[in-house]
Design a protein around this ligand. Structure first.
Ligand code: ADP
Ligand code: MG
Length: 384
């Protein structure tokens, strides 16, 4: 789960890390009032779950109230397209009004999970405020990256040296960040830029924090920071029904039980020359109602050109899958071909129900055949 910059900064502040004074504003009046209270100049910052806002006009320096008015009206309710939003952009619903900071240097500092090292890793750079991937590609010598196998203390002297900062200044900052990362089960904390101000102090000017979804049950206070407006509506719907659904950019809708089988299904679709529209693991204890919702998601997705159902019934009963489909087509007609590979518990009953309902489902004997059929079915809709 991702959160907004203003929420990330509140967590940083609680952890004892310096952030600029700021106020959230959801309308123009509130933005003006915040600017007056904070004192000009302020920076008006669009709150969306994407970076690259500065270059896209989503971060505006304002020296007069009139400029705050213009910036706030120009951003609120408007779509912001940045290098990270995709071409459809994101609508701005919230602004963060922040006191403008004097900047001497812009640095980059992040903590993330290094899966190869099985440790939290620290990445830093002297080129903050810019696209870090670009820096890594063009000037790899400007990137400091280390796994923290035993916490951050081992790397502090080298890090301080690399950033030309006193160890005594780097130590409390990195120590607090590391504790926050571990305590809140983060997958990423990124400060870009972390600035050195005109007094030599370190201030987090931008903050991105992402959490491990699988650990959210331990942090109800974080769950409360979820912004449904920032999430894919299909993923939001799926979560309500306990479905593990992730939207992807292909065109073959997938309905599978078990994460491993779902991944194998996506792989084989690629192998057969097409791309999955989603990852979907309906799980073991799935109900007819949740299966129906899953089918509705796939049938209602305009990108989906064919659907591949791959159920290896063990705990999941094939008849529940069939009943779910019958329920879904009541409201969402089968507008694309559906290929079913249904084996295991109550397989015969599942097939019987679908056939009895007169649904034009294409039956496959095994996964290989099912993937081939689903790919061919998606191609039927291609212009010749
Ligand atoms: P993004 O990464 O989405 O572009 P940032 O929060 O990093 O957004 O802002 C972009 C740039 O705007 C920063 O690199 C910094 O130069 C400037 N900036 C952001 N916040 C402030 C602030 N409070 N005071 C002064 N400059 C700021
Ligand atoms: Mg930034």
């Amino acid at each position: 789960m991702n959160i907004h910059e203003y929420q990330a900064k509140s967590l940083l502040k609680q952890a004892g890390i310096a952030v600029p004074a700021g106020c959230v504003a959801r309308d123009v009046d509130a933005a003006m009032k915040a600017a007056e209270e904070l004192g000009l100049p302020v920076v008006v910052k669009a709150q969306i779950h994407a970076g690259g806002r500065g270059k896209a006009g989503g971060v505006r320096m304002c020296r007069a109230l009139e400029e705050v008015n213009r910036a706030a009206s120009g951003l609120l309710g408007h779509v912001l397209v940045t290098a990270q939003t995709g071409s459809e952009g994101k609508t701005v619903h919230t602004l963060y009004i922040e006191r403008a900071q004097p900047i001497a240097r812009e640095l980059y500092l992040s903590l993330l999970i290094d899966r190869d090292a099985e440790a939290v890793a620290l990445v830093a750079s002297t080129d903050g405020g810019t696209d870090i991937e670009e820096v890594a590609a063009s000037h790899p010598e400007r990137i400091f990256a280390r796994p923290l196998q035993h916490g951050p203390s081992d790397v502090l002297p080298d890090l301080a040296d690399f950033l030309s900062l006193p160890v005594g200044q780097v130590e409390p900052l990195v120590g607090s960040l590391y504790r926050l990362f571990v305590d809140k089960d983060c997958s990423l904390i990124e400060l870009n830029p972390l600035i050195v101000n005109d007094q030599g102090g370190l201030v987090a000017l931008d903050a991105k924090i992402a959490f491990d979804d699988n650990a959210l049950f331990r942090h109800p206070e974080l769950e409360a920071m979820r912004d449904p407006l920032e999430e894919d509506p299909r993923e939001r719907e799926a979560r309500k029904f306990g479905l593990n659904y992730i939207a992807l950019d292909g065109r073959i809708g997938c309905m599978v039980n078990g994460a491993g089988l779902a991944m194998a299904t996506m792989d084989i679709i690629q192998l057969k020359g097409d791309r999955p529209a989603n990852f979907l693991d309906v799980g073991g204890g799935v109900t007819e109602e949740a299966v129906a919702e899953a089918f509705r998601l796939l049938l209602g997705d305009v990108h989906v050109r064919s659907i591949l159902v791959n159920i290896f019934g063990g705990i999941v009963r094939c008849d529940i899958i069939a009943r779910g489909l019958l329920e879904a087509v009541k409201t969402h007609p089968m507008r694309v071909p559906v290929v079913m590979r249904l084996v295991g518990t109550n397989e015969q009953e599942g097939r019987r129900l679908v056939k009895q309902a007169g649904l034009d489902v294409r039956w496959a004997g095994n996964l290989d055949e099912a993937a081939e059929m689903a790919v061919a079915a998606a191609r039927e809709g291609d212009p010749s």
